[in-house]
Design a protein around this ligand. Structure first.
Ligand code: SF4
Length: 329
């Protein structure tokens, strides 16, 4: 009997098990920030101005741009307007809302409540007369926002263990530390251990400043990493928590871990000959991009998806009260 046309034209695709990390993707802070832009557009119409990328994801930013959001880096880039101005989820230095007030701009603050909590901790320590260390990455907008809660020179940035070893305090008994929310849990623990060993009286957060979403996404990757030949992290190169997922995977034994923004970035040559891989997404990457990656993998492999769940998340944050009513005042 002749072979069917299908068996002649469709070569067998190699089997591939894809371990899908859960939780992955959007966190409550990102979800809230995007909702704020969408609700502002619905209530006030276009344009709404957003200072900095609302969350670090090009797909999200482009889809909000298409709906009428205008993204700027600084307040000075915004014309005098009665339309709303939204601050991104990463938070802003104190001077920014003050400058917006001077210009009578209508502000909607999409700062994640968990970033805001770190701002408040830093202010409280400063009010108590403590010298403050911020564990974080120079240049990240969240770090600029946290340092900018206090007068210049009040907060010292600690990026590495070497920084922690070298830091020379005013008074070793009058110190406090806070951290960026999206750091590597393990790297931060090592830095904190050095600080506590050098300065036993240093005051830290009651509970980690690293947020639940960062912690949970890293824990899921750690679970998957030893079983796979490659991990793809869907996320943006600007996304701190996505970059940390790549590092965490490598450290947990995954030989190849890389960041991709979309399915078009899948490194096919790396996937040749492998039987199992992992997929996750940073806190600012929408699930539709993960689905796009899985669909692209299905084109070339006989894919079996196994979801590896290490935590269930049910956290949600309210949007500002003014956006909870439908129409503009
Ligand atoms: Fe908030 Fe954490 Fe999400 Fe950042 S990653 S927006 S701190 S929940």
């Amino acid at each position: 009997m002749p072979a069917s046309p299908t068996s002649q034209t469709q070569p067998r695709r190699p089997p591939l098990t894809v371990y899908l990390a859960a939780p992955r993707g959007f966190c409550a802070g990102v979800d809230r920030a995007i909702q704020i832009v969408e609700l502002a557009l619905a209530k006030y119409g276009a344009p709404v101005y957003v200072r900095h990328e609302i969350v670090h994801n090009r797909f999200v930013v482009d889809s909000l741009k298409a709906k009428g959001a205008v993204f700027v880096e600084e307040l000075e880039d915004i014309p005098q307007t009665t339309q709303p101005v939204i601050f991104s989820a990463h938070g802003v230095a104190k001077a920014i809302p003050e400058a917006a007030k001077t210009r009578n701009l209508m502000v909607l603050d999409a700062t994640c409540p968990l970033v805001f909590k770190v701002h408040m901790e830093a202010v409280r320590h400063h009010d108590e007369g403590l010298e403050i260390l911020l564990i974080g990455h120079k240049g990240h907008p969240e770090v600029a926002g946290t340092m900018g809660q206090l007068p210049s020179g009040s907060v010292h940035l600690i990026e590495t263990i070497a920084d922690a070893r070298a830091f020379a305090p005013r008074d070793p008994d009058r110190l406090a530390f806070v951290t960026q929310t999206t750091l590597s849990v393990d790297d931060t623990a090592e830095i904190v251990a050095v600080l506590k060993q050098r300065f036993p009286k240093i005051v830290g957060p009651h509970k980690e400043d690293i947020c639940y979403a960062t912690t949970n996404r890293q824990a899921a990757v750690k679970q998957i990493a030893p079983r796979i030949a490659c991990l793809l992290v869907v996320g943006s190169p600007q996304s701190s928590n996505s970059l940390r997922l790549v590092e965490v995977a490598k450290r947990a034994g995954c030989p190849q871990a890389m960041l991709i923004e979309r399915a078009g970035d899948i490194p096919w040559s790396v996937l040749e000959g492998i039987a199992s891989m992992g997929v996750t997404a940073g806190a600012s990457a929408p699930e539709t991009l993960v689905e796009e990656v899985i669909d692209a993998l299905r084109q070339r492999f006989d894919v079996t998806v196994e979801t590896v769940t290490t935590a269930n998340e049910s956290i949600a944050f309210n949007v500002p009260r003014t956006l909870r009513t439908a129409s503009a005042p």
